[in-house]
Write a protein that binds this ligand. Structure first.
Ligand code: NAP
Length: 401
């Protein structure tokens, strides 16, 4: 064999060897990570269905009976058909809000009202949910998903929230005896390159959309949440809410501290937890309205890519590995759904995936004291919460008492 050919063959062998040594293990790791959500859920199912029932009956009944499911999934087509409940979901046209609406509608909720800023997207979402209900649940009955077409819910516009409030009140009066069982404050944004403020409240953009707007909407719906004798409010938070240096209750509008869009996002998501706790204190005993916070772990939605052009390089890198590390929005919605429908979840609880970013939805503790801040509850005091409520009252003119 000529020497040139031999050298080339040697080089090819070296390249193949390098490939096998480096890329193959990387591919295997990637494959493993990709299967992680599936593996976690399957193991949890095995634990719940096969291993836990082997425990002595008194222990099993006390801690793990069907009243306290370890795994929570609402995939059954008739789970909710007997509960006759009406739900409102903000941001119900996309990602986790859409999945939540779909699973509730399939499970037979009486009514699922979608609150969206874009009516066309909202109608598309309703169509997709109706199709899923028909094809996956063989349910040919009239749609249980409602879009209030005359009142798009643009959370950035306080006037639109007020108009939506009026429309939904009159809808509920005629269709549900004025009763709203569950309000799911789900809509949210992540990312804004520069420090901008909402023109109505003057609040920092993400804090406005993710917290202040829902603060206003929730207050508007008090009478409807009370009407059935025990309504529920669910606030959608995030693990980013636990970042230690993102919260500064003396400077919510970044007047004298460094602004970064992720810091502002984290602040807004911690605000969701503070709001949960404070609303629980104000409304639970007085009106029997329970308030629960949830987080979805890390789920594949439009959240990070909506503002893609503004995303910092590190976030882009993170998102490009999205499919390897995240759950589908179908699975990610489980925390929010459990928070909304599981009556064994007490007011002021915090629900999220078992393994932080993935896994079945479990109760992780209270909004102020949970797995993530148990040993370091800095920034979660009553005073911090009071400061948020004062700021919110000052920005919106509304107080919860
Ligand atoms: N995905 C995750 O891993 C993750 C992690 C932690 C927390 N969360 C939280 O989960 C919630 C849902 O987000 P997602 O992941 O499902 O993202 P998504 O797919 O982007 O959905 C966000 C929804 O909010 C709506 N929205 C945004 N701004 C609005 C406004 N001004 N008025 C009315 N609606 C508005 C969007 O409407 P348009 O379609 O019109 O934009 C969309 O329906 C958010 O609160 C987010 O912070 C998500």
């Amino acid at each position: 064999m000529p020497r040139k050919l031999k050298a080339r063959e040697k080089r090819q062998r070296q390249i193949t060897g390098k490939f096998l040594k480096t890329f193959l293990p990387l591919c295997l790791i990637a494959y493993f990570l990709q299967s992680l959500p599936f593996l976690v859920n399957t193991s949890a199912q095995f634990l719940e269905n096969k291993l836990l029932p082997l425990l002595p009956a008194p222990i099993y009944n006390k801690y793990f009976s069907s009243q306290r499911p370890l795994l929570f999934a609402l995939n059954e087509c008739n789970d909710l058909s007997t509960t006759n409940k009406t739900f409102l979901i903000t941001g119900g046209n996309s990602g986790l809000g859409f999945e939540t609406a779909k699973q509730l509608a399939k499970a037979g909720a009486k009514t699922v009202i979608l609150g969206c800023r874009d009516t066309i997207k909202c109608l598309e979402a309703r169509l997709l949910i109706d199709i899923a209900r028909k094809t996956e649940c063989n349910n040919d009955g009239p749609s249980n998903v409602v879009v209030l077409e005359s009142s798009p819910l643009d959370l950035d516009d306080i006037n639109a929230i007020n108009t939506f409030g009026k429309t939904i009140k009159s809808y509920l009066k005629t269709h549900a005896s004025g009763n709203l069982d569950v309000l799911i404050n789900n809509a949210g944004i992540m990312g804004s390159t520069t420090l901008t403020f909402n023109q109505h409240t003057g609040g920092e953009k993400q804090l406005h959309t993710n917290h202040l707007s829902h603060y206003v909407l929730t207050n508007l719906l008090l009478e409807e949440l009370r009407a059935g004798g025990g309504g529920r409010v669910v606030n959608h938070s995030s693990l980013m809410g636990f970042m230690p240096f993102f919260w500064n209750s003396k400077d919510f509008n970044f007047q004298s501290r460094f602004f970064h869009s992720l810091i502002a996002y984290g602040q807004s998501k911690r605000a969701n937890l503070h709001f949960t706790h404070k609303l629980h204190s104000a409304w639970f005993e007085k009106y029997n309205i329970s308030v629960v916070a949830a987080h979805p772990g890390y789920s594949r939605t439009n959240l990070m890519t909506n503002n893609w052009q503004f995303a910092p390089a590190a976030l882009r890198l993170f998102v490009s590995t999205n499919k390897l590390m995240s759950m589908s929005s179908e699975v990610g919605a489980a925390s929010q759904i459990r928070a909304a429908v599981d009556e064994t979840v007490a007011s002021d609880s915090f629900v999220g995936p078992l393994l932080a970013t993935l896994g079945p939805a479990v109760v992780l503790g209270k909004s102020y004291k949970n797995i993530f801040n148990y040993f370091w509850p800095v920034g979660f005091s009553e005073t911090e919460g009071d400061r948020l409520m004062d700021y919110s009252a000052q920005r919106t003119g509304i107080t919860f008492s």
